[in-house]
Ligand binder design. Structure first.
Ligand code: UDP
Length: 327
């Protein structure tokens, strides 16, 4: 096993970093963190799910270039590090255009990997806990191969991401290319879209509006939510790791909650009077999900620091602030 490595706090000063999907939730917080560490950033995003508002802080630095285009049309950039995040990640968004999701995911990664390879620079590719599907192993270690319906409604995302992992592994085997794979578990935090469709934003928006929270099924299904700042710290640690971990790394918070519990927490934290109503479970909805993060702890020296209630408070404050500004 490679030696434990801790990220150098300033490895990025003066570097030029390409971030695809940099206007989204994780992408925009990553761009902010890179800029804060002295990097120059080129963000490529087609703003299908990301927003320009998310990049306002980074743009004020004068070290951000924004290129509005799909990652599938990515053009060479003289970057010395590439983060590939471009892909819709909410089931609501990725199921709206499943063919487009696969194209963005696979063709975009092909472009990003080719550009990095031609320049001989490392890539951090964002994969997902969805590669485990509806897991039969709990918690999920990186060695688990997953349980995915290859023709279901989630296949465009799950199999797209699995294909890209295979592509990355093939480049590593065939060309020795340095492609680092982060398997990101459910991430939430400030800047989530109100129409994102995922459970954290839905519940907060509903609770703040006094509308019923839409709980799918009996609410016993679980997820493990990671605060966006922690996820970004994990991505930076993965980029800084020496030697490169030629194996996927789970990035997530092992604090597991049921959706029924999450609904109650959001109602309590918003002091809302909203009721909780039960709706049908979506097809192929995973029953349980929790990362085993031993590899991230050992190889990256990374573990999450923000407990769920604290992260929810920050996210609720952000939604409140944005709706006050819009009013
Ligand atoms: N969910 C829910 N109410 C909602 C949205 C989602 O109960 O309004 C459930 C969903 O069925 C799933 C869990 O919350 O069991 C997480 O769903 P999400 O779409 O946030 O993420 P993913 O399924 O991709 O982990």
């Amino acid at each position: 096993m490679p030696a434990t490595s801790r990220p150098d706090p300033t490895p990025l000063a003066g570097h030029h970093v390409l971030v695809t999907g940099g206007a989204g939730l994780i992408g925009s917080h990553l761009v902010d963190a890179l800029i804060a560490r002295g990097a120059r950033v080129t963000c490529v995003d087609d703003f299908r799910s990301g927003t320009r508002a998310n990049l306002a802080r980074a743009a004020a630095s004068g070290r951000l270039t924004v290129v509005e285009r799909s990652v599938t049309d990515l053009e060479p950039v003289d970057a010395d590090l590439v983060f590939n995040l471009a892909c819709p990640a909410s089931p609501t968004f990725y199921q709206r255009d499943p063919v487009g999701t696969i194209e963005t995911c696979v063709l975009g990664a092909m472009r990003a990997f080719a550009i990095a390879r031609s320049r001989g620079v490392p890539v951090v590719h964002t994969s997902t806990s969805e590669v485990y599907g509806d897991p039969e192993v709990h918690p999920q270690t990186e060695d688990y191969w997953g349980h995915v319906n290859p023709v279901g409604v989630r296949a465009c995302y799950d199999e797209g991401k699995r294909c890209v992992e295979a592509l990355a592994a093939s480049h590593a085997q065939q060309h020795g290319q340095d492609i680092r794979i982060a398997r990101i578990f459910n991430t939430y935090g400030p800047r989530m879209r109100s129409d994102d469709g995922r459970v954290v934003s839905n519940f907060i928006v509903q609770a703040l509006a006094g509308r019923p929270l839409t709980l799918h099924g009996d609410g016993t299904q679980t997820r493990s939510f990671c605060y966006v700042g922690d996820t970004v710290a994990g991505l930076l640690a993965l980029a800084a790791a020496r030697p490169a971990p030629f194996a996927p790394v789970n990035l997530g918070n092992p604090e597991e909650v049921s959706m029924a519990d999450l609904a109650k927490r959001v109602v309590a934290l918003t002091a809302s009077r909203s009721a909780i109503v039960v709706e049908g479970r979506p097809q192929d909805d995973p029953h349980r999900r929790r990362p085993d993060i031993t590899r991230a702890r050992e190889r990256l020296g990374w573990s999450p620091t923000v407990p769920l209630d604290e992260g929810l408070r920050r996210t609720i404050d952000d939604f409140r602030g944005r709706s006050a500004m819009a009013a």
